[in-house]
Design a protein around this ligand. Structure first.
Ligand SMILES: [Zn+2]
Length: 248
C-alpha cells in the first residue's frame, strides 16, 4: 500500500512538473523544450553554457547495443499499439536499430504512455533511467510517433541546427510570445550534424506555421518551394540514424 502511494505521488508530481514546465521552463531535473524533455546536463551541453564536469558525452545518450527498450501502457487500444509497432518496424527496416519491449519495471526504458492533455513529447536520448514518451490521442500517426521515437533515440529538431540561418528565415514577429526559445540555435560545437546537409525534408523539422500567433509563417525556407514540417523519415534522417547507431 505504501508502495502504491509512493507510485501515485510520483506520477502526480511528474504530471504537475510537466504542466508547470510548458512550454519551455526549467525545473530542477528536467527542462521541456516543446516536445522534448532534456536533463539539465543535456540543456547545458546543447547551449554550451555552464557545462558541468560531470556531463556525459553525447554518444552516451544513444541506446546501448542500438536497442531502445520500451514498455507500452495499457491505456492504448490494440489499434494504437499496432500504430506504435508499425512506426518502430519501419525504423528497424531502414537501420540496425532495434526496439525491445520489456515488462520489467526496474529496467531502464522508454515508458510509452498517454499523459492526457500533454500532447506528444519524449525525453531526449537514453537517459539511463525510466523516461517518458507521451502520445495523446492526436499523436497516433506513424510519422508523429516516429518523430517522438527519434527524440528518444537522441535526435533534436532540425531548425535548432546552428547552420539553420543559411537555410531558413525565422519570422520572430509571428511567433507566439514566450515560444521564442523553441527556435534558438544550439551550440555549434556541441551539436552533431554528422556532416550531413541541412535537411528541409527531415521528420525532425518544424512546419512553416509552428508556434504562429497570427496564422502567418514563422519559418520560411530560403530555397523556393522547399517543403518543411513533413512527417516521414527522409533519406538523410535514415543516414543520420545509421551514422549514430550502425557504424560498429
Ligand atoms: Zn519534436
Amino acid at each position: 500500500m505504501h508502495c502504491l502511494k509512493v507510485t501515485l505521488c510520483s506520477l502526480l508530481l511528474l504530471a504537475l512538473n510537466l504542466v508547470q514546465a510548458l512550454p519551455a521552463q526549467q525545473s530542477k531535473q528536467q527542462i521541456r523544450i516543446d516536445d522534448m524533455l532534456l536533463t539539465t546536463e543535456q540543456f547545458e551541453y546543447l547551449n554550451g553554457t555552464d557545462m558541468p564536469q560531470s556531463a556525459l558525452a553525447w554518444p552516451q545518450y544513444y541506446w546501448p547495443q542500438s536497442t531502445l527498450v520500451f514498455s507500452i501502457s495499457t491505456q492504448f487500444t490494440p489499434y494504437e499499439v499496432q500504430k506504435i509497432q508499425e512506426a518502430m518496424a519501419e525504423i528497424e527496416s531502414v537501420s540496425c536499430i532495434r526496439f525491445r519491449q520489456t515488462d520489467n519495471i526496474k529496467e531502464n526504458r522508454v515508458a510509452i504512455q498517454r499523459i492526457a492533455g500533454m500532447g506528444c513529447f519524449s525525453a531526449l536520448g537514453y537517459q539511463h533511467n525510466v523516461q517518458p514518451l507521451s502520445l495523446d490521442t492526436g499523436c497516433m500517426h506513424k510519422g508523429t510517433i516516429q518523430h517522438e521515437l527519434l527524440h528518444a533515440l537522441g535526435f533534436i529538431h532540425m531548425q535548432n541546427d546552428p547552420r539553420r540561418d543559411d537555410y531558413v528565415i525565422i519570422n520572430w514577429g509571428n511567433i507566439i510570445e514566450g515560444a521564442e526559445s523553441q527556435f534558438q540555435m544550439w551550440n555549434p560545437f556541441n551539436v552533431n550534424n554528422f556532416g550531413v546537409a541541412y535537411d528541409y525534408a527531415s521528420i525532425m523539422h518544424y512546419s512553416a506555421f509552428a508556434f504562429s500567433k497570427n496564422g502567418q509563417r514563422t519559418i520560411i525556407p530560403k530555397v523556393y518551394g522547399a517543403q518543411i514540417g513533413l512527417r516521414k523519415l527522409s533519406p538523410w534522417d535514415i543516414v543520420k540514424l545509421k551514422l549514430a547507431y550502425c557504424l560498429n
